[in-house]
Ligand binder design. Structure first.
Ligand code: GAL
Length: 755
């Protein structure tokens, strides 16, 4: 009898706990266990930091007053080849979510699996492009099958780890697709059918928590359509019974190689949050709260830097970005104070003057919250409310607890400002190994007639693809005697191209725009040395595109001799596109035409002749990033170490500096390439790609856009490259660098980041 009773109790409590916890929504807010919540959320993408950094980042998010951590799920990181999954290390999604839960926070899981996110190929595995009949993000069977398979994989994994809220886990919401609205608009009927299918498919997975579809006005019920942007106060969901949610409030912006570093003043971020909340918004997610690092070759969207700092409240290295973090923490504390009023009333709005608004939330419960807004970008305002007069700086909103006490004003920043410094802690003794231009006779080359698209050949196994050809020059060519170099013209879909003629980087030295900028800086002593280095900037034989225009044309006079000449072109991809529809049509590399002009015959078309292809570098196939691989070749040492020489591998060992400050490599002096530490890929470096654009003085007032508050014009877009502490052991760390066009390795320093 006793046992039966006990069993009954157990069964009853199980039933209870499975129905006790639940997440739903109404027009006001997300409802967790019967309680409407105003939720403050922040994006932290798990593969953009290391598992060792996760607990500290999550703690800082919690201390910063967040309720939720939002992350995308990165398909190409989890399924690098079809059916072969990776949930280890930086891709240990379940571990990340469990750490968030241990900290007492919720999770918003954006499965996508298309994610955009300045991530390679928007998160799609490149192999997907080669599944027969594939057409991305539309009503296409092969795509839908693959998308469903991966989404189910993730949902089932979350379920089996008991991570959805009704199971006692932290996931209170998911997302399917990402900003599909504009695409649907563009492609019409098939887009509409696809988004309907996506909603049904996701919904059918029965996660027990709501799904959102961001930037998707026609998101079918019960999906919640949400807003992304710098401001979202004017947004209304597509049904009156859905809550108003801001799934991406951009705290800054990403950096592209060749571009300056965008920043966004915290006063304006706070202003955007409060405008949203006072207009009945109930969920705000900061994109990004910690941006982190695009390690290895994960950066996507073309030309995106390895740093994904984003000017987020926690910086790339995991340090607080003050006063941003602190001011937002103060804001969150104020919002918590007034949450009872916000969740139980609609705002009553009055307009006391030009550019002024007052929003009052006064439920029957007796709680009261008011927002006094001064939208004027230039003038401060005095506003009377109740018996009190309040002073509002331009472009600011005050939050009044109990409709009386000013607990926060978006423009009155009390949090301290801190400066970060990069302090050198070590230099290196290098050894070098020169990678020769391959020969079309090599065993691992593939000869074909005509030009082939790069991705199709590399399948993105490497950034690099060699295009090799031979051309015959008759001894009777006039240019051999009259000194008029024939002009080689190569059209490429991108993203960078190094042209070698008879194993020498082609072209001649020219003063780059970067150099001119540097020259102007000569007046500042600290730049003197840098200028001298840049004097020898070997911007020869090399061309590259940009995020806006990835296509490029190489067109230069080239030195050819009578007889057979070797043309070797190293085409380099710098991340694959992350936005758009037809990923299946996406092209990289030399597509032609290729011509040689100035011969006796006029112009010779080289496009359709025999070209040989070699995927990747010799150093990559030898796995030089591992110690075993590195011992397979002869390295030059001491005075023989290559300087300013293209296609050079550099290696060294170093000890970890004492302390726990974050570390980085200062790559100034180097050209372009990739870095590995103890076999881990740090990422692409490119300090010679200088920030163009305008860096005007920036005011927090007035409408913000990503070009408004640029910094560091004329400097490298990215000079420092994060080396996570957890990748290092106390001594004997192995650092490997591949330099594409020539650099001065002795300039590389290890730095620590201090406040
Ligand atoms: C959004 C997108 C994000 C990210 C952001 C820019 O439109 O949803 O994934 O790409 O833009 O950083």
């Amino acid at each position: 009898m006793k046992i039966l009773l006990l069993l009954l109790v157990i069964v009853f409590s199980c039933v209870c706990s499975s129905i006790k916890a639940s997440v739903t929504y109404d027009d006001k807010a997300i409802i967790i266990n019967g309680k409407r919540r105003i939720l403050m959320s922040g994006s932290i993408h798990y593969p953009r930091s290391t598992p060792e950094m996760w607990p500290d980042l999550i703690k800082k998010a919690k201390d910063g007053g967040l309720d939720v951590i939002q992350t995308y799920v990165f398909w190409n990181g989890h399924e690098p080849s079809p059916g072969k999954y990776n949930f280890e290390g930086r891709y240990d999604l379940a571990k990340f979510i469990k750490l968030v839960q241990q900290a007492g926070l919720y999770v918003h899981l954006r499965i996508g699996p298309y994610v955009c996110a300045e991530w390679n190929f928007g998160g799609f595995p490149v192999w997907l492009k080669y599944v027969p009949g594939m057409s991305f993000r539309t009503d296409n069977e092969p795509f839908k099958i693959a998308m469903q398979r991966f989404t189910e994989k993730i949902v089932n994994m979350m379920k089996s780890e008991k991570l959805f809220e009704p199971q006692g886990g932290p996931i209170i919401m998911s997302q399917i697709e990402n900003e599909y609205g504009p695409v649907e608009w563009e492609i019409g009927a098939p887009g509409k059918a696809y988004s309907k299918w996506a909603a049904q498919m996701a919904n059918g997975l029965k996660t027990g928590v709501p799904w959102i579809m961001c930037k998707q006005e026609d998101a079918p019920d019960p999906m919640i359509d949400t807003c992304n942007g710098f401001y979202c106060e004017k947004f209304t969901p597509n049904k009156p019974y859905k809550p108003k949610m801001f799934t991406e409030l951009w705290t800054g912006w990403f950096t592209e190689f060749g571009g300056p570093i965008p920043t966004r003043p915290v006063q304006d971020i706070a202003y955007a949050v409060v405008r949203f909340i006072q207009n009945n918004g109930s969920f705000v997610n900061y994109y990004m709260y910690h941006g982190g690092t695009n390690f290895g070759r994960t950066a996507g969207g073309l030309f995106i830097t390895t740093s994904y700092d984003y000017d987020a409240p926690i910086d790339e290295y995991g340090l607080l970005n003050e006063p941003k973090w602190g001011h937002l923490r103060d804001l969150h504390a104020a919002i918590k104070l007034i949450e009872p009023a916000l969740v139980s009333a609609y705002p009553k709005v009055t307009y006391p003057g030009k550019n002024q608004e007052i929003h009052v939330f006064q439920p029957k419960s007796g709680a009261c919250a008011a927002f006094l807004s001064n939208f004027d970008p230039n003038f401060s305002a005095k506003m009377k409310f109740g018996n009190t007069q309040y002073n509002l700086p331009p472009w600011s909103i005050s939050i009044l607890h109990n409709c009386k006490d000013e607990v926060f004003n978006t423009a009155k920043v009390k949090a301290p400002t801190t400066q970060k410094k990069m302090t050198p802690v070590g230099q290196f003794k290098w050894q070098s190994y020169n990678e020769e231009t391959p020969s079309s006779e090599d065993r691992d080359t593939l000869a074909m007639k005509g030009l082939y698209e790069q991705l199709n050949v590399t399948r993105d196994a490497s950034d690099y693809l060699w295009y090799l050809a031979e051309i015959n020059i008759s001894p009777r060519e006039h240019f051999l005697t009259n000194g008029q170099l024939p002009v080689l013209t190569v059209m490429s879909a991108g993203h960078a191209l190094h042209v070698f003629i008879n194993n020498q980087l082609a072209g001649k030295y020219h003063i780059s725009r970067a150099f001119k900028t540097k020259l102007l800086r000569l007046v500042y002593k600290q730049y003197m040395i840098l200028t001298v280095v840049c004097l020898f900037d070997p911007v020869i034989g090399t061309v590259w595109g940009s995020l806006k225009n990835p296509k490029l044309t190489f067109s230069q006079g080239v030195k050819l001799r009578a007889g057979v000449n070797k043309i070797s072109m190293l085409s380099v991809s710098v991340g694959l596109a992350n936005v758009g529809t037809h990923f299946e049509t996406y092209n990289v590399g030399v597509l032609g035409p290729i011509t040689l002009k100035g011969l006796n015959e006029g112009t010779r078309d080289l496009t359709k002749q025999k070209w040989s292809y070699k995927v990747g570098l010799k150093g990559e196939s030898l796995s030089l990033h591992t110690l075993d691989g590195s011992s397979s070749v002869e390295w030059l040492q001491g005075s023989l170490v290559a300087q300013k020489q293209p296609l050079t591998w550099y290696k060294t060992t170093f000890n970890a500096p004492a302390g726990n400050e974050p570390l980085a490599l200062d790559m100034n002096g180097m050209g372009k390439g990739e870095i590995w530490v103890n076999g881990e890929a740090v990422g692409r470096y490119w300090p010679t790609n200088i920030a163009h654009g305008s860096c005007n003085k920036c005011s927090y007032t007035g409408i913000y856009n990503e070009n408004k508050c640029n910094r560091y014009c004329g400097d490298p877009s990215q000079r420092w490259y994060h080396v996570p502490r957890s990748w290092l052991r106390p001594t004997g760390n192995y650092l490997l660098i591949f330099e594409e066009w020539g650099g001065t390795p002795d300039w590389i320093t290890l730095v620590k980041r201090t406040i």
